[in-house]
Ligand binder design. Structure first.
Ligand SMILES: [Zn+2]
Length: 594
């Protein structure tokens, strides 16, 4: 049970939250003057500390050797569950467990910061062993250069101790370096501490400067997390310390830790400017779902591979408008792109396909190339096309297509003469599709709805949920309705609405009728069971009785309880809903009182 910490926003593994002290403190934050360390009193005084509503009290603890059993370690400490003020418990990676505290202090922080694997071992161990609605505090380690990476890996609280100590030792810290003060002829910083003559700038001023720069960096990081843009920043910032870059990369390898915590949709654009972007959770998840969940529903028509466009969604670009016109509903358009891999036309709005922005140079690195080859090959193995029309510009793209189709019994025809949008190339594309039957716009709309359902819920979900339906309104705001002959039907109007496409994310938002249909279908349901109340606006975590493991932040979910049936969007993962006692679990869109 935690009373004094609440997560408000999630960005990958990082969180923006609130330490509910008096006055409250937005996290991630430096907590120097908001922490009382009762540990120093131990063992001289055994009385429990009095606590303070304005600060986190770190409960009495001892530096215990690694390997101390958790129950022994716990026996030495005041039980956080017995105190009614904001408290923090000191734990190690080995002794971490739910002690009922609001925050956990990592005892070995100073030993692991600077070593990527050891640091991640410790942070991941504590985050997995303690409740999700508690804060993780690493004391005495933050610098302006490393704090973005600390937060990116899941640290909520730090302090300015190390930055100040380094200043008193003559080290001038910036977000990119630790400089010897004595070597500096001028101070490369506009902060008030530095606004003095160089010969008046002493080590005390240096400590003040270091603290200011650290607090400034924390402010930037807080905003980035709230905006869902921390990853883009850390891909650049981590470059200034190799161990931080190693943390970034090794955390990507811990997919089973990072993926469930990472939102499935986001408003933020994604700046894919480094190769590390290929390995981020959102990119890997999209490639995984397209190659394990997506199903091609365009029959025996050929696959038409085209290059992506800088404009998103692709179909709003002049080049893709020309491709669509030339294809004329006779082939299935799929875009090839780094860093996404392949994007079937039905999923061009789906996060992050319309949200990324990449550096356009016309060249792919070896890693980008390998990634696109691998995703395209996996895609082709799962789908079933009679042939491929590769309308791609140059040798680079053609080599990728050739490598991806090698060994597959799949004829490939190249249609670009010089550039994909020249009259000659487009004429070639038309000619390559000349004998194909056309499909109707309605069929494409239906396939889009089903493809999005597959992507969101799992293979075959689109067919399970939407075997027969009607669409109204226009793409990208399609409305999914019961067909006239269905029990939900209503004649020519097409009957009850089941879902609507959300243009910003390329996902489906269900109505109550749609949610009922979802629950009764064979498609995997994402369900949140609640107590006997009727949620208005949101379901808070304490009201959650159970939740499906597969729920991710941003997922569409059904909410069911003795008094209510509702549908909405998850704000936290299923495991986090079950383990949390604070915070919004579900934003409810529609609710029906039972
Ligand atoms: Zn300064």
């Amino acid at each position: 049970m935690t009373d004094y910490f609440e997560v408000h926003a999630r960005d990958g593994v990082a969180r923006a939250g609130e330490l509910r002290l008096d006055p409250p403190l937005a996290t991630p934050a430096a907590v120097d003057d908001r922490v009382i360390d009762a540990g120093s009193l131990w063992p001289a005084e055994r009385d429990a500390p009095e606590g303070d509503a304005g600060a986190l009290t770190v409960l009495p603890h001892r530096a215990l050797p690694a390997g101390t059993p958790a129950e022994v370690a716990a026996a030495f400490a005041v039980d956080p569950a017995d105190v009614d003020f904001p408290s923090a418990a000191v734990v190690s990676a080995e002794t971490a467990a739910d002690r009922g505290a609001d925050a956990y202090v990592l005892s070995e922080a100073q030993g692991v910061v600077g070593h990527a694997e050891a640091f991640l071992d410790a942070v991941v161990a504590v985050r997995e062993a303690t409740p999700p609605d508690t804060a993780l505090y690493l004391a005495g380690v933050a610098t302006p250069r490393n704090v973005a990476t600390l937060v990116y890996a899941g640290v909520d609280l730090v302090d300015t101790t190390r930055a100040r100590v380094e200043g008193t030792r003559g080290r001038y810290l910036t977000t990119d370096a630790a400089l010897f003060l004595e070597d500096l002829d001028e101070l490369p910083c506009p902060c008030p501490a530095c606004a003095v003559d160089r010969d008046e700038f002493d080590r005390a001023a240096c400590a003040d400067h270091n603290e200011r720069v650290l607090r400034g960096e924390l402010g930037r990081v807080r905003r980035r997390v709230a905006d869902g843009r921390l990853r883009d920043y850390v891909e650049g910032q981590a470059r200034h310390a190799n161990w931080c870059t190693a943390v970034l990369r090794r955390l990507d390898d811990r997919y089973s830790f990072a993926e469930p915590r990472t939102p499935v949709v986001d408003d933020a654009s994604m700046q894919a400017a480094t190769e590390d972007g290929l390995r981020r959770v959102e990119i890997q998840r999209f490639a995984d779902r397209v190659t394990t969940r997506y199903r091609n529903r365009f029959g025996d028509r050929p696959l038409v591979l085209v290059p992506c466009s800088a404009t998103k969604p692709y179909s709003e670009s002049p080049s893709h408008a020309q491709f669509h016109e030339a294809i004329g509903y006779r082939g299935h358009l799929v875009s090839m792109t780094s860093p996404i891999g392949v994007v079937p036309q039905e999923l061009e709005l789906t996060y992050p396909a319309q949200h990324y922005d990449t550096v356009v140079t016309g060249r792919w690195s070896a890693n980008e190339r390998e990634f696109v080859v691998e995703v395209l090959r996996r895609y082709l193995r799962r789908t079933d096309y009679p042939r491929v029309v590769a309308h791609v510009p140059d040798e680079g793209y053609r080599d990728v297509v050739a490598d991806a189709t090698a060994g597959l019994d799949l004829p490939v025809e190249y249609t670009v003469a010089d550039h994909p949008t020249t009259d000659e190339s487009l004429a070639n594309l038309r000619a390559a599709l000349a004998g194909e039957s056309t499909y109707r716009k309605r069929e494409r709309e239906h396939n889009t709805v089903r493809a999005i359902a597959d992507y969101m819920l799992g293979p075959a979900a689109g067919d399970d949920l939407f075997e027969s339906f009607r669409t109204t309104s226009r793409h990208p705001k399609l409305q999914v309705r019961a067909p006239p002959d269905h029990e939900d039907g209503g004649g020519d109007e097409g009957g009850a609405q089941w879902a609507a496409m959300v243009p910003n994310y390329g996902v489906l938002a269900f109505t109550l009728a749609g949610a009922r249909r979802w629950v009764e279908s064979d498609a995997p349901t994402k369900r949140v069971d609640i107590d006997g109340f009727v949620p208005h606006g949101s379901v808070l975590a304490p009201g959650v009785v159970d939740a499906t493991d597969a729920i991710r932040p941003g997922d569409e979910v059904v909410v069911e309880g003795p008094r209510a049936f509702a549908v909405g969007r998850a704000e936290m993962s299923g495991p986090e809903m079950r383990a949390s006692t604070r915070g919004v679990a579900v934003d409810v869109r529609h609710v029906e009182e039972l």
